[in-house]
Write a protein that binds this ligand. Structure first.
Ligand SMILES: [Zn+2]
Length: 407
């Protein structure tokens, strides 16, 4: 009889756990993973799974901030996640831009918690969602703070610098996104909202420090963000993609996945992992999800490491252009064999382009591309591509479309 009672207790407890619902279970399992982490997470960044939307909680030993607040429908999930993490006050809440998938539940957050500052870009939107945020902010006796470029805000022992928006007028609402770079001791994190390539270019021109260990990929991994030039400046080791399972937009886009893979950037996706929490003691970084620790303890800053692939492509150069014989010489100055497939050679004056077929070039090897009567290693297929005046430079682009050599 005692055994039977024992089984019953277990059965009822299991049932109650089950009834607790998936989301709550997820919260508690992420908590377990945090407990099981190998490092002391004095900084915790929660990339909360809110489906096709963004919501990021940053905790630095009792000082908290929130970047975006998911869709309107994410209210319950988001509020319970914050409460379960003991959040009572948020020093800053940032609504990166007025789209629903970023400010949907921001009104509820502002209503529910003590709030220091509400950071929003200087742009309005006609939606009810936006109006709700305005109303709730006023109700709390607060005003929107429009952050300035280069402005620094402190959060406990951490701080963040504002990188965007750099203009007051954009065609695309996404480019109004507030972009910040958060630093904690040796570690840095970039939060981009839905900023697209246009804003990324402006960010590069600010001259502010962009290098970051972890990048929250812009616009849910859309190909309209995460431009090659931007990634080259940020040099992240990890990219977080906040997107919904089988979303209508096809996020993250294939090109972006390929681009990240090619640059050796490790992707962590909320549609695959659920909520992702990054823990750091200021030196090491560890990521956890409900299934436990994701990465090995990582002590290396992205700032100290060079991207091998990147360096390699820099070593493919135009050695010489013989405009009379119509021969271009390409040299591999590196110490690794490189496949030139997809590389492009441009004759600038006539805007004629040669796309390389599958061809390997050994270290130290020089190969020629012929567009004249003389035979080359590879034939352009067309004749007289080069103007004999001095005004026709040649440009070489790698398969990512980056300019790597000019002659
Ligand atoms: Zn979005």
């Amino acid at each position: 009889m005692r055994n039977f009672k024992g089984y019953l207790v277990i059965l009822v407890s299991m049932l109650m756990l089950f009834l607790g619902g998936c989301k709550l279970q997820e919260v508690s399992s992420v908590d377990k993973s945090i407990e099981g982490s190998n490092i002391e997470g004095k900084l915790k960044i929660h990339y909360i799974d809110v489906g096709q939307a963004d919501a990021i909680l940053i905790e630095q030993e009792g000082n908290n901030m929130l970047i975006d607040a998911g869709n309107n429908d994410d209210k319950e999930v988001l509020l319970s996640y914050l409460k379960n993490n003991g959040i009572k006050r948020l020093e800053y809440v940032i609504g990166t831009h007025p789209h629903e998938d970023h400010i949907g539940s921001l009104d509820a957050v502002i209503e529910e918690f003590e709030i220091g500052k509400v950071l929003m870009p200087k742009v309005t939107h006609t939606t009810k969602t936006f109006k709700d945020v305005v109303t709730q902010t006023k109700k709390k006796g607060l005003k929107f703070t429009t952050p300035k470029i280069g402005e620094v805000f402190e959060l406990g022992e951490g701080k963040f610098t504002v990188l965007a928006p750099n203009s007051t007028e954009y065609k695309d609402m996404n480019d109004y996104s507030i972009v910040i770079r958060f630093e904690y001791k040796q570690r840095s994190f970039l939060f981009t909202g839905d900023a697209e390539a246009h804003s990324e270019e402006e960010i590069i021109h600010t001259g502010l420090e962009l290098r970051s260990d972890v990048l929250k990929a812009g616009h849910h991994g859309s190909s309209s963000s995460s431009s090659i030039e931007f990634l080259k400046k940020v040099k992240p080791k990890y990219a977080i993609i906040s997107c919904g399972k089988d979303n209508d937009y096809g996020h993250p886009h294939k090109e972006i996945i390929e681009r990240f893979n090619k640059q050796g950037i490790k992707m962590l996706r909320t549609d695959e992992l659920g909520t992702i929490v990054c823990l750091s003691d200021g030196e090491s970084i560890e990521f956890v999800s409900k299934s436990g620790v994701i990465n090995e303890r990582d002590n290396n800053s992205s700032n100290e490491e060079e991207n091998d692939e990147d360096e390699e492509t820099q070593r493919i150069t135009i050695e010489k252009i013989d405009k009379v014989k119509e021969l271009v010489y390409i040299k591999n100055n590196g110490n690794r064999k490189v496949n030139l497939k997809g590389y492009r050679l441009l004759s600038v004056k006539g805007n004629q382009e040669f796309i390389f077929p599958e061809v390997a070039i050994e270290p130290g090897e020089i190969i020629s591309i012929s567009s004249g009567d003389e035979k080359g290693d590879i034939e352009w297929g067309k004749k007289n591509m080069w103007s004999n005046s001095a005004e026709d430079p040649g440009k070489l682009f790698n398969s990512d479309g980056e300019l790597i050599s000019e002659f």
